[in-house]
Design a protein around this ligand. Structure first.
Ligand SMILES: *Cc1c(COP(=O)(O)O)cnc(C)c1O
Length: 474
C-alpha cells in the first residue's frame, strides 16, 4: 500500500465508522436540533491553524464538532420543511461520486458521469410521464431548476420576438409579462431576480382556500395587455397544503396567448409516479417546463434537482457556450450545454442508484406511503381537543393549528401554536416547523422521508398529545 493510499484508506475508514454511528442514532436520537448558535459555534471555533493535522484526526474532530448541530432529518419523525432522507444505494453512490471525483461537465472529461445522467434523465422522464423528447438538466435543487427552465423560457420568448437575449441582453428588449399565483414559492422570485426580470414584473393571481390559482382571475390577467408574450408560473404541490393548480383548465387558457408555462413541482411533480395521485397532475404535460427535486421526495442525498423543458433548442441556446479548448462529441451528452454550472459534481450516479434500488413500484410505494402517514398524523392529531385541521393533506403536506384554551383571540392561537411546536420539538420525539397560511399561524406536517413508518406516526401523535396535555397542567 502506498503512503497516499494509506491516508485515503484511514480517512475513509474513520468516516465510514462515524457515518454508521450517526445513522445508528436516527431512531433513538432527538429528531431536531434545539441548541442555540452560541452553544454550537464553540464546538468549531479555533485559531486558523498554522500547521496541518493528520486527515483521520481531522475527520474525527469534524464529526465531534458537528454532532450537537446535526438535524436528524433522515429520521422517521422529522416533519419540518420538505426534507427527504437518503436511500442506502444513493448514499453509497454519493460516496463513490466523491471518491471518483469526476468533473462532470461533459462527456470527454467524465464519460461515465455523462452516461449515468443520460440514462437517469431518460428514466426520470418516464417516471414523471414527461415526453421522451424533453430536454433535462441535473442541478443542485429546484431553485436552480427554476433558473435553468426560466433561462430556456427567456431565450425562447425573446427569440420568438426576434431578439437574441443571450447576446443583446435586456437593454432595449421588447416587453413581456409574468403571471404567477399568490402562493408561489420564494425560489420563483429569486430565479426572476437572477435572470434580470426583477420581481415587480409579476402579476400575482388570487388562489382559493386550498391554494389553487383562481381560473377566472387567471383568465383576466392573461387577457390584460394580451399582446405581450407571457411567462406563466404554476404550482404542482403547494408547500403548505400540497395544492395543485388545475393544469387541465389553466394551461389551455394560457395557450390562447403567446406564452411559456413553467411548473414548480419541487416535490409535487412526483405525484405523477403514483396511480393513486396521478390525477392531481392531469394536464401538466401541456406545460413548457417543469422543475423538481431529487433531494426531497425521491430521497436522493443533497444536493439534487431536475429541470425539464419541452424546448430543447431554446434550453441549449440558453446554456451552451463553445470554448476552443473543449471538445464536444456529437452522440454523447455534454452537461454544460444544458446546465448553468461548468465544472460540476457527477449528479447522475445517486439518482441512477435510487431508481435501480426502488424501481417504478418502489417509488410509487414511497409516494403512497408518505401521503398516508401525513394523512394519519393530521387526522389523529385533529381528533385531540383544541386542535384545528387547517389543511387535510391532499398529498404529503398538511396543516394543524392549536387553539389557546384560555382565549378566543386569533393572535393568542398564533402564539399558542408556536408554543406547542416548541414543546414538541424540545422532547426530540418529533420535529415540526410553523408557517403562516392565509394569515393563520399553523404547524406544518410534511412527510417526505422514506423511513417514516407506522410506529413513527404513533410516537408523533403521542408527542403532540403530550405537548397539549402538559400545557393544561401548567
Ligand atoms: C423546496 C421547494 C423549492 C426549492 O427547492 P430547493 O431544492 O430547495 O432549491 C421550490 N418550490 C417548492 C414548492 C418547494 O417546496
Amino acid at each position: 500500500m502506498s503512503a497516499e493510499f494509506g491516508k485515503y484508506n484511514a480517512s475513509l475508514h474513520r468516516a465510514h465508522q462515524l457515518a454508521n454511528d450517526f445513522l445508528d442514532t436516527l431512531d433513538t436520537g432527538a429528531a431536531g436540533v434545539t441548541k442555540s448558535y452560541e452553544e454550537l459555534i464553540i464546538e468549531w471555533e479555533q485559531e486558523l491553524p498554522r500547521d496541518g493535522t493528520n486527515p483521520e484526526d481531522v475527520i474525527a474532530d469534524i464529526a465531534k464538532a458537528a454532532a450537537p448541530g446535526l438535524m436528524r432529518n433522515q429520521s422517521g419523525r422529522f416533519f419540518s420543511w420538505v426534507i427527504g432522507g437518503t436511500h442506502p444505494s444513493a448514499l453509497g453512490a454519493d460516496w463513490l461520486t466523491s471518491a471518483w471525483n469526476q468533473n462532470s461537465g461533459m462527456f470527454t472529461v467524465a464519460p461515465a458521469a455523462s452516461i449515468a445522467e443520460e440514462i437517469a434523465g431518460k428514466w426520470l422522464k418516464q417516471l414523471l410521464h414527461l415526453s421522451s423528447e424533453a430536454s433535462f438538466a441535473f442541478v443542485t435543487g429546484c431553485q436552480m431548476a427554476h433558473f435553468t427552465c426560466l433561462s430556456a423560457a427567456r431565450n425562447h420568448i425573446f427569440h420568438e420576438a426576434g431578439w437574441d437575449i443571450e447576446t443583446q441582453g435586456f437593454y432595449g428588449a421588447p416587453a413581456i409579462k409574468v403571471i404567477c399565483s399568490d402562493q408561489k414559492h420564494v425560489t420563483v422570485n429569486r430565479a426572476l431576480r437572477m435572470l434580470g426580470f426583477g420581481t415587480n414584473i409579476m402579476t400575482q393571481v388570487r388562489t382559493d382556500a386550498s391554494g389553487r390559482i383562481d381560473a377566472d382571475d387567471f383568465a383576466a390577467a392573461m387577457a390584460k395587455d394580451s399582446g405581450l408574450p407571457t411567462l406563466v408560473l404554476l404550482q404542482a404541490g403547494d408547500l403548505n397544503t400540497g395544492a395543485y393548480d388545475d393544469f387541465q383548465k389553466i394551461i389551455p387558457i394560457a395557450r390562447n396567448y403567446n406564452s411559456w408555462v413553467h411548473v414548480d413541482g419541487a416535490f409535487g411533480l412526483w405525484a405523477s409516479a403514483s396511480k393513486k395521485y396521478k390525477h392531481l397532475t392531469a394536464g401538466i404535460e401541456l406545460a413548457d417546463s417543469w422543475a423538481t427535486d431529487g433531494h426531497k421526495w425521491l430521497n436522493v442525498p443533497y444536493d439534487c434537482g431536475y429541470a425539464f423543458t419541452a424546448h430543447p433548442e431554446a434550453h441549449r441556446r440558453a446554456m451552451s457556450q463553445p470554448a476552443s479548448y473543449l471538445t464536444h462529441k456529437s452522440q454523447s451528452r455534454d452537461q454544460m450545454d444544458w446546465n448553468p454550472e461548468f465544472s460540476r459534481r457527477g449528479r447522475g450516479f445517486a439518482t441512477y442508484a435510487v431508481i435501480r434500488e426502488l424501481g417504478i413500484n418502489g417509488i410509487e410505494a414511497l409516494i403512497d406511503r408518505t401521503c398516508q402517514h401525513a394523512h394519519t398524523i393530521v387526522e389523529e392529531a385533529g381528533k385531540l381537543d383544541h386542535v384545528e385541521i387547517v389543511a387535510m393533506p391532499i398529498i404529503n403536506q398538511g396543516l394543524l393549528r392549536f387553539h389557546d384554551p384560555n382565549s378566543t383571540s386569533q393572535a393568542d392561537h398564533d402564539q399558542y401554536t408556536e408554543e406547542i411546536i416548541h414543546k414538541i420539538n424540545v422532547t426530540g420525539e418529533a420535529f415540526f416547523q410553523p408557517t403562516t397560511y392565509k394569515g393563520k399561524r399553523c404547524m406544518r406536517v410534511s412527510v417526505s422521508g422514506w423511513r417514516t413508518n407506522e410506529e413513527d406516526v404513533r410516537r408523533t401523535v403521542e408527542a403532540i398529545r403530550k405537548a397539549l396535555a402538559d400545557d393544561f397542567v401548567g
